[in-house]
Design a binder for this molecule. Structure first.
Ligand SMILES: Nc1nc2c(ncn2[C@@H]2O[C@H](COP(=O)(O)OP(=O)(O)OP(=O)(O)O)[C@@H](O)[C@H]2O)c(=O)[nH]1
Ligand SMILES: [Mg+2]
Ligand SMILES: [Zn+2]
Length: 310
């Protein structure tokens, strides 16, 4: 039988078969990705083959080749990875200016990772109802910045539904991953879009101004109008992608475009002479926050302790 993995609780995978049954399955066999040690060899979004044994237990026996996937490294020290989801058409990064704070460093790490895995990203700025004047101004600044880089942005108040229809229009017939910090409203957004879902949502810790990690496993939800949403547990941070220093700027589209003008082909855009990226930063054509995120990843890659927390 063939099917789609719609839930991954850690030990069990729920597979929705092509004839519409939902079957709890375990894994049989070795599906490790080459060179990647993953905590979950099978991920939500995978198309799989299952077989039922004599005792009636279902096992995943084969995985179809993935069109893409997005991976999070457990930490920078380990090679352990977690496949967040597979076979995605796009990802929505759910960001909040406050309640909780989503920093640009976090956003840029997510965006660079998605670029590396060739997953197109759109950004949802949620909780617009909560922002005071200053926070609203910050939101507008970020909207202008990320739109210019090439990431479509949406303002949303999942609580009242304001802005929801613009988001909904992006989702039809697509497989979309929702990602972001805990407490930014991913599950709330899905509940609004597909009311019968009833996903658990959780309050923020008032003391820490952070989410409580309410969603603990990934789950795929079908949209009535066609397409799927993937709810995921909130993430604290993104380990850095494994790339050469000279390659990192490929995952920052505006840096990559400017790098054409650098004197050296292997320029890392730090302090090399005649660096077109540095010049663009100085002239304000590349935002300082994006450039800082780029340097932050480079510094971390190279083991510097003196990098900014995010
Ligand atoms: N004021 C306001 N609150 C919101 C909005 N969207 C979500 N919330 C609240 O924010 C809190 C967190 O929402 P969740 O949907 O649980 O957040 P999540 O991103 O799924 O969090 P995790 O599952 O922990 O990753 C809940 O109390 C929601 O009611 C919004 O637009 N405005
Ligand atoms: Mg959630
Ligand atoms: Zn350069």
């Amino acid at each position: 039988m063939h099917g789609l993995v719609i839930k991954n609780t850690g030990s069990w995978y729920t597979v929705r078969t092509d004839d519409g049954q939902e079957i709890e399955s375990k894994i049989k066999g070795n599906f490790r990705l080459k060179e990647i040690r993953s905590t979950n060899p099978v991920a939500v979004g995978d198309r799989v083959t299952i077989a039922v044994n004599a005792e009636g237990r279902a096992f995943i026996t084969d995985i179809e080749a993935r069109t893409n996937y997005i991976i999070r490294r457990a930490s920078n020290l380990s090679k352990q990875c977690h496949i967040i989801a597979a076979n995605l058409d796009q990802a929505m990064l759910v960001a909040t200016i406050n309640y909780p704070v989503t920093t640009t460093i976090f956003m840029d790490r997510f965006l660079a990772t998605a670029e590396a895995y060739r997953v197109p990203v759109k950004i949802i700025f949620n909780k617009t109802d909560r922002y005071k004047e200053e926070e609203t101004r910050r939101l507008e600044e970020l909207r202008v910045l990320y739109t210019a880089v090439g990431y479509p942005c949406f303002n949303l108040c999942a609580k009242t539904g304001e802005g929801l229809e613009d988001v909904r229009a992006e989702l039809k017939d697509r497989v979309t991953l929702l990602s972001g910090h805990s407490g930014t409203g991913k599950s709330t957004i899905i509940n609004q879009l597909v009311p019968r879902t009833g996903l658990r949502t959780g309050d923020l810790s008032e003391y820490h101004n952070k989410g409580m990690h309410t969603t603990t496993f990934s789950e795929m939800i079908e949209l009535p109008e066609g397409g799927f949403l993937i709810d995921t547990p909130g993430i604290k941070g993104f380990g850095i992608i494994e790339v050469e220093d000279t390659e990192l700027s490929h995952y920052f589209p505006e840096l990559f475009a400017a790098a054409d003008g650098c004197r050296f082909g292997n320029c890392t855009h730090r302090q090399e002479p005649d660096c077109a990226v540095l010049q663009a930063v100085e002239k304000g054509r590349i935002s300082t926050s994006r450039y800082k995120s780029y340097l932050n990843i480079l510094a971390e890659k190279n083991g510097s302790k003196y990098r900014e927390e995010y």
